[in-house]
Design a protein around this ligand. Structure first.
Ligand SMILES: Nc1nc2c(c(=O)[nH]1)N[C@H]1C(S)=C(S)[C@@H](COP(=O)(O)O)O[C@H]1N2
Ligand SMILES: [Mo]
Length: 321
């Protein structure tokens, strides 16, 4: 995530809407004092984007997006199953995963629903402002290495990543009972050496809310692809059309004049201003340093411009990172 220089004294305000509510909410605010609560059960918490002051987002400020209750897993009993169209189904334990060659990369996560609150007309779903996004350093084992260990069948087409978390939607679109969170990757993406099975985030053990003990990180894709609390990998010979890539995180398009439902994948180019924050009053006739961030999915940001006259003229922004 490229970002512009920061202001000297960034604010460290906002506990969001946590103030003055129930004991639960207070406990929540204490547990995540740096985040804005969007939903309490399950925890959906937003990074206050106006406090952006570093290229890497610290763990305690990293947004949390969960569909179901957070599963409580332990390293001792954790197993990762690899099955489906493979030569040898595998079950890997935590120590085995950690003993495999690892990689450390910086990758950003952005929720596909980030900035939803600004949509006109209003859209259903969590009303994220700018902060369902973050940048972290991740350490883990390439998914590719685990798939190669299992041996892919020649007719394999996709790799489904399944989380240990389960739940049910009783409202439309319903889920036909209890389901796991799961998403698939086409084989080409699954074999990208930067797609990792991650157990460390910003130099510490992966925090529970971010998928402890192991999650996938799929750089360049909206972060519904980065499955947390990963416990099962299924290699399929047909495209998967699970709930989280058909009823959710998908869009209608046309191919050969036929309407087709496509899963959401690559992150779109975007720039966001951290300061001035929304509704912030900027002093007249004084210097003011604006800052923010710009990012893309699988390409590079080459330049960022800013306009302070409603788009009539544009100035180049200094980028770092
Ligand atoms: N198992 C599981 N993985 C998941 C989710 C989930 O609900 N369950 N949410 C996804 C979505 S929509 C997002 S935006 C990211 C958020 O990751 P974070 O909470 O670490 O920021 O996790 C993804 N992985
Ligand atoms: Mo998301």
């Amino acid at each position: 995530m490229a970002q512009t220089p920061q202001e000297a004294t960034p604010t460290t305000n906002t506990q969001g809407n946590a103030c003055g509510s129930s004991g639960d909410a207070r406990q929540q605010a204490q547990q995540h004092p740096g985040l804005i609560i969007r939903e309490k059960e399950p925890e959906n918490l937003e990074f206050p984007f106006s406090t952006l002051d570093s290229f890497i987002t610290p763990n305690e400020k990293f947004f949390i997006r969960s569909h179901f209750a957070i599963p409580k897993l332990e390293t001792d009993s954790w197993r990762l199953k690899i099955e489906g169209a493979v030569d040898q189904a595998l079950e890997i334990n935590y120590d085995e995963l950690l003993s495999m060659p690892s990689r450390t990369i910086v990758a950003m996560l952005e929720c596909a629903g980030n900035s939803r609150v600004f949509l006109v007309p209003q859209a259903n779903g969590t009303q994220w402002e700018l902060g369902a996004v973050g940048n972290a350093e991740w350490t883990g084992v390439p998914l590719k290495a685990v798939l190669e260990r299992a041996g892919l069948h020649p007719d394999a087409v996709e790799v489904v990543l399944e989380g240990a978390d389960t739940g049910e939607s009783k409202e439309e679109p319903k889920t036909s009972g209890i389901i796991h969170f799961a998403r698939s990757l086409p084989l080409g993406k699954a074999l990208d050496p930067e797609v990792l099975l991650v157990y460390r985030m910003n130099g510490v053990q992966l925090p529970q809310f971010h998928g402890f003990p192991v999650r996938a990180i799929v750089p360049g894709w909206y972060s519904m692809a980065s499955v947390k609390w990963l416990t099962r990998i299924v290699v399929t010979t047909r495209p998967f059309n699970g709930y989280f890539q058909s009823s959710e995180y998908s869009y209608w398009t046309r191919s050969n004049e036929l309407p087709t439902l496509m899963p959401v994948t690559e992150i779109e180019i975007k720039a966001a201003i951290a300061r001035p924050a929304m509704h912030e009053v900027v002093p007249a006739n004084a210097d003011y340093r604006m800052h923010g961030a710009a990012w893309t999915g699988e390409s590079e940001v080459t330049k960022v411009e800013v306009s302070i006259d409603g788009g009539q003229t544009w100035d180049l922004v200094v980028c770092q990172g």
